[in-house]
Design a protein around this ligand. Sequence first.
Ligand code: NAD
Length: 812
Amino acid sequence: MSRFQVKKVAVLGAGVMGAQIAAHLVNVRVPVVLFDLPATQGDGASAPSLSSKNAIVSRAIDNLKKLKPAPLGDVADAVLIEQANYEDDLAKLGECDLVIEAIAERMDWKLDLYKKIAPHVAKHAILASNTSGLSITKLSEALPEALKPRFCGIHFFNPPRYMFLVELINTPTTEPEVLDQLEAFVTSTLGKGVVRAHDTPNFIANRVGIAGMLATLKEVEKFGLTPDVVDDLTGKKLGRASSGTFRTADVVGLDTMAHVVKTLQDNLSEQTDPFYANFATPPVLAKLLELGNLGQKAKAGFYKKAGRDILRFDLEANGGKGEYVPSGDKADEVYGRMLKKPAPERLKLLRESEGAQGRFLWAILRDSFHYAAVHLATIAESARDVDFAMRWGFGMKQGPFELWQEAGWAQVAKWIQEDVDAGEALATAPLPKWVFEGPVAQAGGVHTPEGSWSASQNKFVPQRRLPVHERQLFPESVRGSNAPDANKAGTTIQDEGDVRLWTLDGEVLIASIHSKMHAISPDVADALAAGVDLAEREYKAMVIWSPDEMFSVGADLQAMLPAFVVAGIGAVEGAEEELQNVMLKIRYAGVPVVSAVRGMALGGGCELAIHSAKRVAAMESYIGLVEVGVGLVPGAGGLTYIARRAAENAEASTGTDLLPFLTEGFTAAAMAKVGTSALESKKLGYLLESDVIVPNKDELLYVALQQAKAMADAGWRAPLRRPFKVAGRSGAATIKGQLVNMRDGGFISEHDFHIASLIAGVVTGGDVDAGSLVTEEFLMALERKAFCSLILHPKTQERIMGMLSTGKPLRN
Ligand code: NAD
């Protein structure tokens, strides 16, 4: 396969999806030009000047800055999206290697647009539509012959920055190489999980997901349950998105949902989908749509907030006209307990349960298995694609086939068929033959080490391996495929103190922290130190990486408390000093230590990362020194780092005043700021220009290992221990002056003021003259002093207890 370089992308349509896709392209540093219709005066353009013609696009870009969750990793990057309209700028399409069409969901409008743009699209470029339901093949028919082989579907999920799934859909005329090229780009550059879908209505995730939603609504009606109870049952407890069924619909938007439902209604029939009768718009949805209660964006949907209360919509209330009534009912506890049992027992208990809630749960699971099995042959290449689509597009922990297989393939199949025969299922269609006979029955399921079942090809097909997948050392895999488990893979050298020290290649030592939330207890710190010793003796480099979605939440307060109670403050100070020493050991190690950050790196986790020789961070990394939230100051070198970075940055500039270089770091620590992306974490100073940001979470380890080896091979040496200048007591006085204003203005509490003053004292070097040279050890001693004085403070103790009991920062 020749290399497909994407130097620039055009996105057509600056609506909900187009604008956010453009934002994500900017996040991953791909130049993008965003098109929409030329604005008329009614669109907010006052005169037909060049810029006002882009009013639709520029308004959409403005909106990106306000949208939650944030589409941009750094809002300041909004200016990087180039604005364009179809009247003046079609020539710009010629500069683009990929054109993503995301205009309104109308076949005629899309076809008109394709006619208009086709002459301007570069010969080598790929044109792809983000349609959620229109036939990709029909869309391709209007294209000039030359463009047809380079046209396909690219179905993102909303919000595109955060949703992992992208479905790619070919037509009979799409060149196979085109889809491979696009998959490589979407996987590695955009950081997504690709599923190839057949060109059938709503593709895979929305087809199975929305059919599942409609089935759930049917069963809700049948069992007479209320949305609050259903959401409690169908959220986290069931291994699905925590918003459950109805709140998810509110978040997605009931109009969007109705749209997808309509695609099912319009494009399917009793003949093509035996479940068709269930696709009628449910009365409660029709009513909410009629009322304009479209969900979260309309501030009313299945739920509505009234002051501090949450109400739910009850269609039967108010004489059948419907009204909002109090909500908040929870599921019976017994079902919560059942859902924690191993899959075979869980499904059996649910199926046999007497209560409505249990029978409802069995019913919706059965419906999802039944639907997926009946449609597997037409909608997807294999069962794996269905399971991935449901995990990545609908936030399920397991897809339908995985769960079915785990619960016992033959037994569950028998139950489903019994329900079908008894007329209890949502369709009379029998389960396909392959469920009961042949290779699937023999293997006890659809996922095997050989591959996953393809009902259209009648065989197990292995996972697609393109060159880009070589970058995923532990790709997501389905149960039953026997894929290597990152928690056990490689050679384990030591697994003590909640840290596994292991290696894949004998060259780089990998340290994986596996304590709860990867908190750093004294044992974890010891194990990391042992890792550095081992790496120095026997390896080229060390990488700190964990297989799950978390780097580390920081020092383990819970582990620190007993020491404090038994041995007093001296013990805390000793533990603190040990942790600081581990940080210095990492910084000055004889081999490069690379931190591979993903998810939260907070407090001590952040300190671990900033003391590493380099950081490789997933785009979704949230890094910050948050100790102020528990009434403490960063005490494992965090403040020392801030002071040192300020001195280094000042040194590199012509200015002599340290203070301006200190402000950003001081504020970040004093306000416990956390970067909401790797890009923002960089702005806060916790990632450096030389660090690497990796869009795809599954490539993180690969990149970290490559970086670590390259550093070692390039003759890496630890930095020399160099004393640096501090701003001294006059600097501290200036910062404190500002803090007084904030306190007196009521912006910060007395205790916040006290903590911030202590932070100011440390980062300026304490009671020394401006410009004095200090060492890291000197500042770390100040950190410890501040830390220990706070631990004895009643207000800090209140904050710590608050955090330990509620998990949320307490402000006092
Ligand atoms: P939207 O209504 O927010 O935006 C549509 C954009 O198309 C607008 O900016 C509008 O100015 C432009 N437009 C309208 N008519 C046009 C025309 N005749 N020619 C050119 N441009 C025109 O829509 P959206 O939700 O962003 O959806 C865009 C596409 O993405 C649709 O195909 C939709 O099915 C698909 N999609 C939507 C979602 C979602 O959750 N909203 C998810 C996945 C895919």
